[in-house]
Write a protein that binds this ligand. Structure first.
Ligand SMILES: Cc1cc2nc3c(=O)[nH]c(=O)nc-3n(C[C@H](O)[C@H](O)[C@H](O)COP(=O)(O)OP(=O)(O)OC[C@H]3O[C@@H](n4cnc5c(N)ncnc54)[C@H](O)[C@@H]3O)c2cc1C
Ligand SMILES: Cc1cc2nc3c(=O)[nH]c(=O)nc-3n(C[C@H](O)[C@H](O)[C@H](O)COP(=O)(O)O)c2cc1C
Ligand code: FES
Length: 596
């Protein structure tokens, strides 16, 4: 596509590919390897302007969106433009960018955003904090030598200053490793700005620093431009996700900024809802946290349970990892009679998800009791028998058989999305759920967890009904329902058209359901406040923490075990390390802390 420029000769953004020329740890940075200099070759003949940024997205990437990164330096080469970015490793997206290698391809959208307006006269003051030094150093490079002073504030060490030629360079470091010991206010005050006789101030850096620069520059009566940051999706001004709070109303950081006249900026930018509501800090634990959970008197050594249908009968994964470290294992869905399951395609991968139409293939409860159950019971994790059925009678007969065994917990599955009769239909309304739960409750005294479908339009009331009908706990969610189409053949992929859908894609929806359910359960009399087992898209320990903070007693991991069999072990270790760091002695201390 032909490149077009606006009336200020600023290039309109293009979505294109860049080629990595080099990606090396930036020298002088502390700690080592926390900032990388990424140099890209981009076709074309137009240089980005100082202050602009690109959305950078590694071609092989685990994150959905590009990451906004400012131009540090750019040069016109014979047949391409060479752009250097300085990238601080923060989370997954920036880590990926820092791991790029020579000749890797990368998707880039840009150049984006407005530019630093050049000083009309007099001396400029340029201020950078941390990685925010990169864009302002890029801007300084475009000014005449010694027409500006440059203040750079770092936590430790110094970097990104090799291309600038200021009249005066002042460096501050929190640890005193370079320049003045302290933060920016140790070197820059209203008096310094007045004494410097500056005509204009430019700054980029952390929000508290920008708030300080705004205040001091405005008090000194000097025009000030701030380069702001906000979370971005499109980078193009369309999603309205990156708005900055200003005296003129919301401004889009990507399109109206990132450079703003300080006088319109209202701090704090993020309405600080996180810190306002944050839990009081605790001291880190010196010992190990207690990860155990009790479900109706049955103790699980930790809250991680292999979810039904994704962990066989417990022994299959035994050669892959130590399954004895798990808290529990839910068996494949069991019916009274053996079942062959569904015909046709049974699995269909989607972005961040997996559709399945297994159709409850299983050996039948009598076979399970004789063959699989003894092996499951020999393992350390608590065995949970997932009881399914097609009629009320078959649920009752199945429950009677299981009641005579040593199985510690029954998970009553009234939520299978993949069978024609019974299955999810019992979980769709309060009346049907009451029938199934009351009938099974009448024939077994074993702890009874009822597994529900997220498809019910009346889900929370169904769950509360199950508790009133005798459930000792609720597990939520069984698979969501989806449809996939084979576009070459022009037919639905699955013989039964609709199929179950799970995996990371469903997690935020499952989280919402757990939040709503736990909120309602909290309102019940204490005797009815049963444990909730959260299921849906768990892939990392952080997801487990989220579910527990939403009120879950334990969690089941399904699809992600296929993608990474170590998922549950990583979750156990990550959960323990998190609790230790945060000072949570046991799960009870963080359970439900986000509920009102
Ligand atoms: C205009 C602009 C220019 C920037 N220039 C640079 C630069 O030159 N060098 C550099 O290292 N960093 C720069 N940043 C910050 C950089 O975009 C974030 O550090 C990065 O998006 C974090 O992504 P992550 O996956 O590593 O971290 P995570 O914290 O895991 O990210 C989670 C989500 O939050 C977003 N996010 C987190 N922190 C920020 C942030 N500070 N700003 C915007 N989005 C954020 C991410 O994009 C992602 O969508 C700039 C940000 C903006 C808005
Ligand atoms: C291949 C497959 C088979 C499943 N079989 C059952 C089953 O027999 N009984 C049941 O209650 N849930 C079954 N499920 C649903 C999971 O136990 C789990 O509730 C669902 O996949 C959501 O969790 P996830 O997002 O972690 O995968 C199955 C899921 C998959 C992917
Ligand atoms: S990132 Fe979409 S409007 Fe700014």
């Amino acid at each position: 596509m032909k490149k077009i420029y606006d009336c200020n000769n600023v290039a309109y953004p293009e979505f294109t590919k860049g080629r990595v020329i080099s990606c090396k740890a930036e020298k002088g940075v502390r700690p080592d390897n926390s900032v990388f200099a990424l140099v890209l070759a981009v076709s074309g003949d137009k240089l980005p302007m100082p202050g602009q940024f690109y959305m950078l997205h590694a071609t092989k990437s685990d994150v959905l969106l590009g990451r906004p990164i400012s131009v540090f330096h750019s040069e016109q080469k014979k047949d391409h433009v060479e752009i250097t970015f300085l990238i601080l490793q923060k989370g997954e997206g920036t880590k990926e960018l820092c791991r790029l290698q020579k000749d890797d391809e990368i998707s880039i959208l840009g150049p984006l955003g407005n530019v630093f307006p050049k000083p009309e006269s007099g001396k400029a003051l340029i201020i950078g904090g941390g990685i925010g030094v990169a864009p302002v150093a890029g801007f300084a490079e475009s000014l005449k030598d010694k027409t500006y002073d440059f203040y750079a504030s770092f936590k430790s060490g110094k970097y990104a200053l090799e291309n600038i030629k200021p009249k005066k360079l002042v460096i501050t470091t929190d640890d005193g490793s370079e320049g003045i010991h302290g933060m920016l206010p140790a070197a820059l005050t209203v008096e310094t700005i007045k004494a410097g006789n500056y005509s204009v101030v430019y700054a980029c850096g952390p929000t508290p620093m920008l708030a300080y620069v705004k205040k001091t520059a405005e008090e000194a009566g000097v025009l000030c431009y701030l380069s702001m940051e906000a979370r971005m999706a499109c980078g193009m001004g369309v999603c309205l996700g990156c708005t900055i709070d200003t005296t003129e109303g919301n401004k889009r950081c990507c399109k109206d900024g990132p450079v703003f006249d300080s006088r319109i900026i209202k701090f704090p930018q993020f309405k600080d809802s996180f810190s306002a509501k944050a839990q009081p800090r605790k001291e880190p634990l010196t010992g190990e946290p207690d990860l155990s959970v009790s479900i109706k008197g049955v103790r699980l050594c930790n809250p991680l349970i292999g979810s039904s249908g994704t962990f066989g009968f417990g022994t299959e994964y035994a050669s892959v990892f130590d399954v004895n470290r798990l808290g529990g294992i839910a068996s494949k869905g069991l019916t009274l009679e053996p079942r062959e399951g569904n015909s046709g395609i049974r699995l269909w991968e989607t972005p961040s998800g997996l559709m399945n139409s297994i159709g409850l293939q299983n050996p039948g409860i009598p076979h399970f009791i004789e063959h699989e159950l003894p092996e499951m019971l020999a393992l350390k994790p608590v065995t949970i028998a997932n009881l399914s059925g097609s009629t009320l009678e078959s649920y009752i007969e199945g429950a009677k058989l299981l009641d005579k065994t040593e199985v510690p917990i029954i998970e009553l599955n009234i939520s299978c999305p993949n069978v024609a009769a019974g299955g999810a239909s019992f979980g769709m309304t309060c009346a049907l759920a009451d029938q199934a739960v009351s009938a099974v409750r009448a024939v077994t005294a074993k702890p009874l967890i009822v597994k529900l479908t997220p498809q019910s339009p009346d889900l929370i009331n169904v769950a509360i009904q199950c508790i009133k009908s005798g459930a000792d706990g609720i597990s939520l969610c069984n698979s969501f329902q989806g449809v996939a189409i084979d576009i070459e053949r022009g037919v639905p992929v699955f013989d039964k058209i609709k199929a179950g859908f799970g995996g990371p894609a469903v997690r935020p929806i499952a989280m919402r359901l757990i939040y709503e359910l736990c909120t309602e359960i909290k309102k019940l009399p204490a005797a009815q406040q049963v444990p909730v087992i959260a299921i849906g898209g768990i892939e990392k320990w952080q997801d487990v923490v989220e579910f527990i903070m939403c009120g879950a007693a334990a969690v089941e991991v399904g699809t992600n075990t296929f993608a990474n069999p170590f998922t549950m072990l990583e979750c156990i270790d990550g959960l323990a390390a998190f609790m230790k760091r945060k000072g949570y002695k046991n799960l009870e201390e963080m359970r439900g802390i986000v509920l009102n």
